[in-house]
Unconditional design. Sequence first.
Length: 172
Amino acid sequence: MTPGHQVTIRQPTINTRPATTIPNRTSGFSTLTTPKRDTVSSGEAMPKPKRLRVCSVPRCPEYTRDGKCEQHRREAEQARGSARDRGYGRDHERLFRWPVLQRDPTCVCTDEDHGHGSPCGQPSRHADHHPHSRRDLQTAGLDPNDPQYGRGLCGPCHSSETARHQPGGWNQ
């Protein structure tokens, strides 16, 4: 910066409607300022803060902006265990994931509800257990790390399939 030049930093301002006078039963009239559409001076819409709700765990009185309060979220994460605890360790990488991704370098998803053609054709990033889940394969006494029980999927298709088929998904 050269001498003699000034730098001005503008703070964004929030636009609101002017104060409105409304009838009030007890005192006659009161002044109320109602926000217009929340915008920053640049014209961008500001994200609305999420409403506080009671924790989704029965009989928990804590308020949160998400489904579970912080304590119950921590407890659920600990009960879930790590990826290694759930069977996705070194053997899974070596015996299942890499062979599936080598065999299916592009996404083989044919579900057109995901908004793509058949097959999807995007680069595969996830080795998905299909047509049976890892849990079902273990219950049946089959090897969940056998690549014949897998298919390569891109990120969006894998997320959609997981949400649709696993307990706790959006459609459950």
